[in-house]
Write a protein that binds this ligand. Sequence first.
Ligand SMILES: [Fe+2]
Length: 303
Amino acid sequence: MATEIVLNSPEQTFNVTNYEIKDEDLPEFGDIKFENINQLELDHPGASDEDYRKRRDRIADLAKNFRATGTITDVEYTDEEQKVWQIVAAKLEEIQAQRASEFYLDAKSKLGITTTRIPQLSEMNKRLKELSNFRLAPIEGLVETRAFLSWLSYRTMLCTQYIRHTSRPEYTPEPDIVHEAIGHIPNFTNRDFADFSQFIGHGARIATDEQLEELGRLYWFTVEFGLVEEHGELKAYGAGLLSSFGELENAFTDNVERRPFNLEQVTNTDYSYSDMQPILYVIPSYAYLKETTRGYIESFSKK
Ligand SMILES: [Fe+2]
């Protein structure tokens, strides 16, 4: 039986420890609000390419279909789309061999994410459920922050399926399947990371607007741009690093101040979408991140 989720305002009563989610616990997807996906930003490389926009809309329609049926529809990617994937995935794999966390690299191979073809959300979703009881749900565009993060409380990540424009394989101003599958999805195979993500989701459901901003910063400096210490070396696990050549290389240069993770500092540090990140935070382990975040989220309900 589906329950309703409150998307735009905090819920006052919510049990932070209910993280054994079953499929029947999931709320309806139908009420999620979206920005108009036809309105590509002017800086989008596909903004003036009519065929690209049509194709992107077609793939977005499959996500709308998911919300009606609950079934993920596989995308029949074109040769051109596969080519974009092959170029980006191969280049990223080369840099990741040195820079990505060992755990991440192992997870990527467990999920069958290769440089040869675009992986389908359906197959990654099936494997994730087996490994860490985490789920993927196709989405056609950007969702407002509270709604997007709230889905994590159902151990569910909303993911786009379309791919960036062929003219700029190294760049996308919006999430695409490269960012989701190469950046985000492998991390959810880690139970501690999956639980941590779920705590962020719980937090989003009960946060005040101010706390929601703090959660957005925590998400940014961990899920998107986090570094982790592994065997005495710094490695990347954040999706924004792992899915961008420029950010991944920059993260390990003198341009960046790498600080030990401090939750209070992270939740109070502003970030910028546009420039290369000047500050990154290093966690000692996913287990540490999970436990620190648990305490932080539990404090929300006591205030
Ligand atoms: Fe992301």
